[in-house]
Ligand binder design. Structure first.
Ligand SMILES: Nc1ncnc2c1ncn2[C@@H]1O[C@H](COP(=O)(O)OP(=O)(O)OP(=O)(O)O)[C@@H](O)[C@H]1O
Ligand SMILES: C[C@H](N)[C@H](N)CCCCCC(=O)O
Ligand SMILES: [Mg+2]
Length: 206
């Protein structure tokens, strides 16, 4: 296996920025199987800008910025899981979901079920802000319930050591490091910040 899945406790929490840092750190290829919402820069464009690494084309590019199953329905299509088989790449592949782990790809398939089909190790990206213990614990339960192999949790935001330690200890997971809010967010600031992420543990899971 040379793919690593990046999922999160919610949409808009920093999966793409984290995925860009990891793609650069692993000299990997990036893939966003399903992009919903095309008005702003896509995740693939963001990762290309921040990592300088190659990206595979999305299997689905959907106009409506919504849950993938709704974005697909809005265009009169249904996402076909058979079109989402992990591509074979030379070198590591960083694959980003959309939103959180229980986001539907269809009305019968949540993203976590797709991760389980892929049998790829999973990194869960979580905020450090208030509310994250509940969201992270539930996301880990959902991933484990589906049989996913979780490498650990990567945190985004200001340091909250008591919160982070609580999650690691009570959820029996691994702390993969923390990305602060970067301003400006550039390939250089991301590379510097990402040096503190436990890339070795992630690489060992590949
Ligand atoms: N560490 C960070 N420093 C600065 N800005 C960040 C950081 N992480 C995320 N952002 C910004 O927050 C917004 C949401 O981040 P991002 O696109 O990575 O979320 P996401 O979890 O990938 O969302 P989606 O579920 O849509 O894929 C973006 O504008 C992004 O640039
Ligand atoms: C549109 C957004 N940027 C993401 N690509 C999709 C987020 C889906 C969230 C669905 C939900 O949890 O309600
Ligand atoms: Mg994203």
């Amino acid at each position: 296996m040379n793919a690593i899945v990046i999922t999160g406790t919610d949409t808009g929490i920093g999966k793409t920025v984290f995925a860009a840092g990891l793609t650069a750190a692993l000299n990997a290829t990036y893939w966003k199987p399903v992009q919903s919402g095309l008005e702003e820069a896509t995740d693939t464009e963001q990762v290309a800008r921040l990592s300088g690494r190659p990206a595979l084309p999305e299997a689905y590019r959907l106009q409506l910025p919504a849950s993938p199953h709704l974005s697909a329905e809005a265009e009169g299509v249904e996402i076909d899981p058979n079109r989402l088989a992990l591509p074979v790449t030379d070198g590591p592949l960083v694959v980003e979901g959309a939103g959180g782990v229980m986001v539907p790809l269809t009305r019968k398939l949540f993203y976590r079920d797709m991760f389980a089909r892929w049998q790829a190790p999973v990194v869960l990206v979580a905020r450090t802000q208030l509310g994250t213990i509940n969201h992270t614990a539930m996301s880990l339960m959902a991933l484990r319930d589906a049989g996913c192999s979780v490498v650990g949790v990567a945190f985004i935001g200001a340091p909250e050591p008591d919160v982070e330690d609580t999650i690691v200890q009570m959820c029996a997971t691994t702390h993969l490091g923390r990305l602060p809010h970067l301003s400006p967010l550039t390939p250089e600031t991301l590379t510097t910040a990402f040096a503190k992420v436990d890339t070795a543990t992630i690489k060992a899971a590949l």
